[in-house]
Write a protein that binds this ligand. Structure first.
Ligand SMILES: Cc1cc2nc3c(=O)[nH]c(=O)nc-3n(C[C@H](O)[C@H](O)[C@H](O)COP(=O)(O)OP(=O)(O)OC[C@H]3O[C@@H](n4cnc5c(N)ncnc54)[C@H](O)[C@@H]3O)c2cc1C
Length: 430
């Protein structure tokens, strides 16, 4: 009987864990320690209805106090200013280092990390006086930041050590339209370029890069923050050299009765997502951790994660592997690619939709997808995620039925055409 379940952190993973635990065992006493008095932090940013949902479910949400230590022997956490609180099951969802700002100097005005962007009003004030901005790293939040700054009319520079946008997750040909649209919006991209230092005293003046200096009024660092696991490591849980708590596919840690989920973990078996760190993945992991902590049984299947985000004038998306990742993993694949349209050609705002499908040679089971387009990319990613999970093949997709409704969907669904092209290429090579 779980009895008391304590959840450390109220982010996407924490809220997912608490809600799932309470659903599995309504009699469990579930308490979340948010570690932050800021109601706009953690999951509140993602799930605006979160606090009320917690209260409605009978979950105790403690905004404010941080957990300062975990005692595995006594099965208790030390709550800042309050002392020990006992638990029968513990779920750690402490996220990453606050704001990913750990390595950044705190005394430079105009320097921000993606997680410590001030509230709307203050951010408006900062940007009102900015003419030039530098965004460091084309990560998912970096892409959104670049687009938003450029749309405000700020001269925006993107600096990234890799060769293209969202490298690894998005194949270069899929990311290319985004980069073209940024160029149209005045964004200057500096790929294959490392940031080597910050310029300015008291106030940021720009960045020093491997290719020279870039002046800026505002610098926003969007690099992936390190996992923040001092608590877990001090308690004696196994933490990898990269900083993530080790868990198995049930999100169980190395200690009995302790689970972990979200940005604070290393994925089981060293798996990697197409996009590391997203609220949707943290939430799904949290639900698995919470279910198991409350006595249920669920395993996490990371390989099917669909992803999608707007960038420039486009929306990117995908499932599991793209060509870049598959090639890096030495994984053979059959490729089908097509460019279609999002709605009937004669309708206003019709947009190109490019779909790449990767299938396992032989079985032709779908193993990944990459997309760029406008409307409908998110829904296609969700659909293709399920297709990968269910073992759908290129042949199935080539003959799929789809909605034809001129204002919202073209006769030829780009997914089906990509699959048909993949089969045709395969046939031609025989
Ligand atoms: C600007 C921005 C935009 C984003 N956009 C998206 C998006 O569109 N889609 C998407 O899927 N993801 C998005 N993300 C990513 C997403 O927010 C994170 O991946 C997700 O929040 C991770 O969830 P988590 O629960 O692991 O960690 P977090 O949400 O960071 O939560 C960690 C929690 O642990 C608490 N905590 C830490 N230490 C302690 C302690 N000692 N005691 C008690 N509590 C503690 C923190 O206060 C916090 O409540 C975005 C992130 C940023 C910064």
């Amino acid at each position: 009987v779980p009895g008391r379940i304590v959840v450390v952190g109220s982010g996407a993973a924490g809220i997912g864990a608490a809600a799932a635990a309470k659903a599995i065992d309504p009699s469990a006493e579930v308490t979340i320690y948010s570690g932050s008095g800021d109601a706009a932090g953690g999951f509140d940013r993602l799930f605006l209805a979160g606090p009320q949902t917690c209260l409605d479910a009978g979950i105790v949400l403690r905004h404010g106090p941080r957990i300062t230590a975990i005692d595995l022997d006594r099965r208790a956490v030390d709550v800042e200013g309050e002392g020990a609180a006992g638990w029968d099951r513990l779920v750690i969802t402490a996220g990453s280092e606050p704001a990913g700002a750990g390595a950044l100097p705190t005394d430079l005005e105009g320097l921000y990390a993606v997680g410590n962007i001030p509230s709307d009003e203050e951010w408006d004030r900062v940007l009102a006086g900015a003419k030039v901005a530098v965004v460091v790293e084309a990560t998912a939040p970096g892409l959104e930041m670049v687009t938003a700054l450029a749309e405000r009319g700020i001269e925006t520079h993107l600096v990234d050590p890799r060769a293209s946008t969202l490298a690894g997750a998005a194949d270069p040909d899929i990311a290319a339209p985004v980069e073209e649209s940024w160029a149209e919006m005045g964004v200057k991209t500096h790929f294959n370029t490392r940031v080597e230092g910050l310029l300015g005293e008291g106030r940021v003046r720009g960045v020093r890069t491997s290719e020279g200096e870039l002046p800026a009024d505002v610098v926003v660092v969007c690099s992936r923050p390190p996992a923040g696991n001092d608590l877990a490591a001090a308690a004696g849980l196994v933490v990898s050299s990269g900083g993530g708590i080790k868990v198995d596919e049930r999100m169980a840690t190395s200690a009995a009765g302790v689970w972990a989920a979200g940005e604070c973990i290393d994925l089981p078996g060293g798996a990697r997502f197409p996009l590391q760190d997203s609220g949707s993945q943290a939430y799904a992991q949290g639900r698995v951790a919470g279910t198991n902590a409350a006595g249920g049984s669920r395993a996490y299947q990371p390989a099917y994660v669909p992803w999608s985000l707007p960038a420039g004038r486009w929306t990117l998306g995908g499932v599991s592997f793209g060509e870049t990742q598959a090639t890096a993993a030495g994984m053979p694949y059959v490729l089908g690619k097509a460019t279609g349209i999002s709605r009937a050609r004669y309708y206003p705002d019709v947009k190109k939709v490019t779909v790449k499908l990767l299938a396992e040679p032989g079985s032709l089971r779908l193993i990944g997808a990459q997309m760029v387009g406008g409307e409908g990319i998110k829904e296609r990613a969700d659909f293709l995620g399920m297709a990968v999970k269910m073992g759908i093949t290129l042949t199935d997709l080539a003959f799929m039925e789809n909605v034809y409704s001129p204002p919202i969907g073209a006769l030829n669904e780009p997914i089906a055409v990509a699959a048909q092209n993949g089969l045709a290429t395969l046939e031609a090579s025989r």
